[in-house]
Design a protein around this ligand. Structure first.
Ligand code: G
Ligand code: G
Ligand code: MN
Ligand code: NA
Length: 253
């Protein structure tokens, strides 16, 4: 109850910041973009993880204004970096079910693209399979609207949800983000690699680039490269860090 009040106030006073984690082309090692991850900086300087406050923000509906702030801030930052000499960077933003189901979600995305000047093709919206659960037809229609704007939709935490292949077949997804539970056991055994391979095959069938999440070791990276996984993310490639640090670590000319 106390946290709820603090969260509500924090949305009003803007106590949030975004950290950015690199998305890497595994064949070349080049940075292709970054995922924006929200953090709550309390007045005392303490950082609170989204794992703590996102569920509460979803419950209370505060995720709607918070999510709009995240989207606007991430697009603004992406344009800054593009203008600073990295025109091809894409920015990935997490969208919760509650936001996705707002009737005004697509117009909001359009408005933020217009305001910030970010090219629609440089924005990736990460949704989870849970958006398919309650309103699969509506989810598909909305994903098609976004795709027709040129915005790309990624399926986050792939492999942990309940979507079936026929639902995925009709969803215009540009990226399949393979959950880190499939990356963690690598090199593992034949079965572990076969699961990753099956996600890569599915990605090809759906014309969606597979992003391996949670790469923490060089060995995991090498296995994924040998399997020709196109994109990776994880602590071994770069931790989520504030924008200034991201630029120092990853965007040096
Ligand atoms: O960054 P971290 O691993 O602590 O994030 C924990 C969880 O919070 C992840 O599931 C991540 O997707 C989610 N998350 C991080 N930032 C955002 C955000 O801006 N919006 C939403 N909806 N979820 C986020
Ligand atoms: O649910 P989603 O995939 O958006 O979650 C992203 C979260 O995963 C972020 O909170 C980020 O901090 C976390 N994360 C990113 N890279 C790694 C990693 O290599 N290992 C682990 N355990 N978590 C990671
Ligand atoms: Mn994500
Ligand atoms: Na994930």
């Amino acid at each position: 109850l106390h946290l709820r009040g603090q969260l509500s106030r924090a949305v009003d006073t803007g106590e949030f910041e975004l950290h950015y984690q690199p998305l890497v082309d595994l064949a070349t090692g080049a940075i292709i973009g970054m995922e924006a991850l929200v953090r709550w900086r309390e007045a005392n300087g303490r950082l609170i993880s989204p794992a703590t406050f996102i569920p509460l923000a979803e419950e209370t509906g505060l995720i709607v204004p918070l999510g709009a702030w995240v989207l606007r801030e991430a697009c603004t930052q992406a344009v800054r970096w593009q203008v600073a000499g990295h025109p091809d960077l894409v920015v990935a933003v997490n969208v919760s079910v509650r936001q996705w189901e707002e009737a005004t979600f697509v117009p909001l995305v359009q408005q933020i693209l217009l305001e910030t000047g970010l090219s629609p093709s440089r924005l990736v919206l990460e949704i989870t399979e849970s958006v398919l659960l309650s309103e699969p037809v509506e989810a598909r229609r909305q994903a098609e609207q976004l795709a027709s704007l040129g915005v790309r939709v990624a399926l986050d935490d792939y492999g942990t949800g309940y979507s079936n292949l026929s639902q995925l077949q009709h969803l215009p997804i540009a990226q399949l983000k393979l959950d880190r539970t499939f990356v963690h056991p690598l090199p593992g055994g034949v079965r572990d690699q076969a699961l990753v391979q099956s996600a890569l095959t599915l990605g090809q069938a759906l014309d969606a680039a597979v992003v391996a999440e949670g790469i923490e070791t060089d060995t995991q990276l090498q296995v994924l490269r040998s399997l020709a996984c196109p994109v990776g993310q994880g602590y071994f490639l770069g931790r989520p860090v504030p924008a200034s640090e991201f630029a120092l670590q990853h965007l040096q000319p």
